[in-house]
Design a protein around this ligand. Structure first.
Ligand code: EPU
Length: 338
């Protein structure tokens, strides 16, 4: 076991922030995890588990042990005429998994095409896009409990999924290392094109009876047109969550902002497009030296190269303050700031 000292984390986070970890190890199997967990470094140092590094803003050198989760493998564990169950190693690239499902015409995750990150981090924040969330196909996961070294299984219910939320961002934060997830995909998929952008994209292409592949291609096209590719411009996708407000608050805002972008959740709750709020407040495309707010999607903060995590974090705080002052809505960060 070769634990590396002073490892740069630049290529391990999609923001491309160049900080160092005191100790670093790339984990390839559960067996290795069992071994490494008895090492002094694992037991004495603060731990940070990185998988795809796609929901992370690193603001300083990490004075502890970074474990990069590379556990691979896609296993078809059950199949009948309707569904397949896939057990997927935490380190598998999420988009490649989606492509594998699309190639086999197994439906359920095609709307989640091109989301950066790995399978094992997908449940942490219940990734979602274009009307679909991980929780819709998620069956269970296995995770290594850091304190005891035991492997525990978590069902869909156990994970307490919510909008960009799970138990692993709350009470279980930092306590488990997810080793694999199991998802259920359908051989008789129901296409979900409720989301306006997908419908428009398919309409442009004259597709009236879309296949899973058509939906995936449409999503890829939309994402590429709006969201920066982390390989070219460092970013972590949406930096903030879309806030939820009450009907009374919405009615008050509509008086001064009749064009506010809103989605009803129930009788009394509305989700507001944070991208709209940030754009309205004048932040969209704002650039400070080598970082800023993305030009095409105001919800995304970007590192144009060499930016410090702290600067990006300070920018996010300024935006939160300004949105609160202008609209009386407090934005929450979606990204994990370390
Ligand atoms: N909008 C603006 N200005 C902007 C951005 C958005 O006015 O700069 C308004 C537009 O009216 C637009 C609406 O907001 O129609 C919604 O924008 P978009 O479709 O881009 O979606 P979003 O609500 O900003 C969410 C997710 C994305 C996901 C898309 C599509 C969150 C925090 N973000 O963004 O997820 O891809 O919907 O489903 O829920 C991510 O989590 O990293 C992510 C990219």
């Amino acid at each position: 076991m070769n634990i590396i000292r002073n490892q740069s984390l630049k290529s391990y986070n999609t923001f491309g922030i160049d900080v160092k970890a005191d100790f670093f190890y790339e984990l390839n199997s559960v067996q290795e995890l069992n071994k490494i967990s008895s090492s002094e470094v694992f037991q004495n140092e603060e731990l940070l588990i990185i998988s795809g590094g796609s929901n992370l803003l690193l603001t300083k050198n990490f004075k502890g042990f970074v474990l990069k989760n590379n556990i691979l493998g896609i296993e078809l564990i059950k199949e009948d005429e309707n569904d397949v169950l896939l057990k997927v190693g935490a380190g598998e690239d999420w988009h490649e998994l989606v492509m594998y499902a699309v190639e086999n015409n197994w439906g359920g995750i095609e709307n989640l095409s091109l989301i950066p990150g790995n399978a094992g981090t997908a449940p942490m924040q219940n990734i979602g896009a274009y009307g679909v969330e991980l929780k819709d196909t998620f069956v269970c996961l296995e995770a290594f409990e850091i304190a005891s070294g035991e492997v525990h299984s978590f069902s869909n219910n156990d994970c307490c999924f919510g909008y960009r939320e799970s138990i692993f961002k709350n009470t279980h934060k930092g306590k488990y290392i997810i080793t694999n997830i199991t998802i259920k995909l359908s051989k008789k998929p129901l296409i979900n094109i409720k989301y306006g952008d997908i419908k428009n994209e398919l309409h442009k292409l004259n597709i009236t009876n879309p296949s899973i592949r058509d939906v995936s291609n449409a999503v890829i096209k939309i994402r590429k047109s709006k969201l920066p590719d982390p390989k070219e411009i460092g970013n972590s996708g949406s930096f903030f969550k879309n806030p939820v407000i009450t009907k009374a608050k919405l009615e008050q805002l509509l008086k001064t902002h009749p064009d506010i972008v809103k989605y009803p959740l129930d009788e009394n709750k509305f989700k507001i497009a944070a991208g709209w709020l940030i754009e309205k407040a004048g932040w969209k495309g704002k650039t400070f030296d080598n970082y800023g707010v993305h030009k095409k999607q105001a919800l995304v903060l970007v590192n144009y190269g060499g930016a410090k995590g702290n600067d990006i974090n300070k920018l996010s705080e300024l935006i939160i303050k300004d949105i609160n002052a202008k609209f009386g809505i407090r934005l929450e960060k979606e990204v994990n700031v370390i």
